[in-house]
Design a protein around this ligand. Sequence first.
Ligand code: NI
Ligand code: MN
Length: 228
Amino acid sequence: MKVTFLGHAGFQVKTGGKTLIFDPFISPNPAAAHIEVDALAADYMLLSHAHGDHIADVESIVKRTNAKIIASYEVGLYFEAKGLMNYHPMNAGGKWSFDFGTVKCVKAVHSSVFPDGSAGGNPLGFVVKSADATFYYSGDTALTYDMKLIPNEYGYKLTHAFLCMGDNFTMGVEDALIAASFIDCDTIIGMHFDTFGYIKIDHEAAIKKFADKGKRLILMNIGETIDI
Ligand code: NI
Ligand code: MN
């Protein structure tokens, strides 16, 4: 599958013959000024929670592409009220088969309120299984023992995972490394780092920490696309 980093926790993922966008926060991010929001393709828009740094460009991308929003029931209702009618509501523990593969919603330990104060439901992580990849997208979360369910009880053999690791609001690098072990995954794409002063990380030190445990940490440049 092809992964393009859109900055912060935002990714465009091409898998199962479809194009998915996760948590777009592009236009308010000066480091992502070179990303053309108006040119991004999307068939689906997966949203982990309601915080502004995860939904900034949802309306403009969905209005243009009519991408189907996959998110918590409350996040879906919020965008429905803004005229975005094409959504599939889910919640923690739920799984659904889409035409690109299955999405299982897993627990994230975080909060979820829209910038205007509207309720955003519970935050979610996603496990996506398509023909060419099986991956976990953590959303914003603390480290939690529940991550062990993904390989041990649900039986997912992950090809890779997107893990938040900027610390302060979410897991930091050390906790993300433990998470990588909990989910039994050796290839990790980092997210939720460097965007704000609170979440700056030392790239070389982080990559070395993962390598010392036999794991590969990929910290993509914004706009970069990799085949994974
Ligand atoms: Ni958040
Ligand atoms: Mn966030």
